[in-house]
Every structure is written in structure tokens, then in C-alpha cells.
Design a protein around this ligand. Structure first.
Ligand code: SF4
Length: 121
């Protein structure tokens, strides 16, 4: 018989912050409790199976008013790829002017997410 483990998560999909408990037997999810709406259940399963996060960072700007510009991913990326994405962003330098929403890196590391500017520079 597989070991039973319980994971307690805080759903971050909306400000209510429900506590969701996921039960696993071995690799199988056998129960999800505590969510108030289906989005919470989906979030908890995703968080256990393949956690994702929005990446926020800065990249260098050449010829701008400031030496860097704030950027973020336009969708969540797998959490385990975040160190590699940060390393890639440390090597990126863009030419001013930079506009809000401008794609700085397309399909970063094949994740399907674009890195976009969140400020002008
Ligand atoms: S379970 Fe639903 S209501 Fe609760 S925090 Fe998540 S999204 Fe909000």
C-alpha cells in the first residue's frame, strides 16, 4: 500500500485565500478539499503536479533614461525553470526606447510565455 500524504496550500487565485488540502497516495491525488470554487481545486492540483509562477525581473537598457527596465512573464511559467529564465534575462540588453507591453523575449525557454516590459524606458 502507498504512503498517504496530505499537502495544505493557500489558494492564490483570488483574495479569499482558501486553504485547500490535497491528499496523495503515492503519485495519485486521491482527494482535494477546502476549496470554495472549482478554480481552487484546479489551482491545488496544478500546484502539486506542475507549480507555475509569473516571473518578475529587470533587463538592461542601452541608451535609456534608466539603466534597467522592469519586465514580467505574460503568463505563469514552470517554477523549476525560473532560475534558468532569470539567468537568461541577466544576459538580455534592449535598446531604448522601450514601451509598456513590448515583448523583450519571445517564448522564453520554450515555455510559450513572453517576457514583456512593464515600464517605459
Ligand atoms: S478556492 Fe476559489 S474562492 Fe477560494 S481562494 Fe481559490 S479562487 Fe478564491
Amino acid at each position: 500500500m502507498s504512503e498517504i500524504k496530505k499537502f495544505r496550500l493557500t489558494c492564490i487565485v483570488c483574495p479569499l485565500g482558501c486553504t485547500v488540502e490535497v491528499t496523495m497516495e503515492g503519485d495519485r491525488i486521491t482527494g482535494v478539499e477546502g476549496f470554495t470554487c472549482p478554480r481552487g481545486k484546479d489551482y491545488a492540483i496544478q500546484e502539486i503536479r506542475e507549480p507555475k509562477r509569473i516571473v518578475m525581473s529587470v533587463v538592461k537598457v542601452r541608451g535609456g533614461r534608466f539603466p534597467t527596465v522592469a519586465v514580467k512573464s505574460d503568463r505563469p511559467v514552470p517554477k523549476e525553470l525560473i532560475p534558468a529564465i532569470m539567468k537568461k534575462l541577466a544576459e538580455v540588453e534592449v535598446e531604448a526606447p522601450v514601451s509598456v507591453g513590448q515583448v523583450i523575449v519571445e517564448n522564453v525557454l520554450g515555455t510559450g510565455a513572453n517576457i514583456v516590459a512593464t515600464r517605459e524606458a
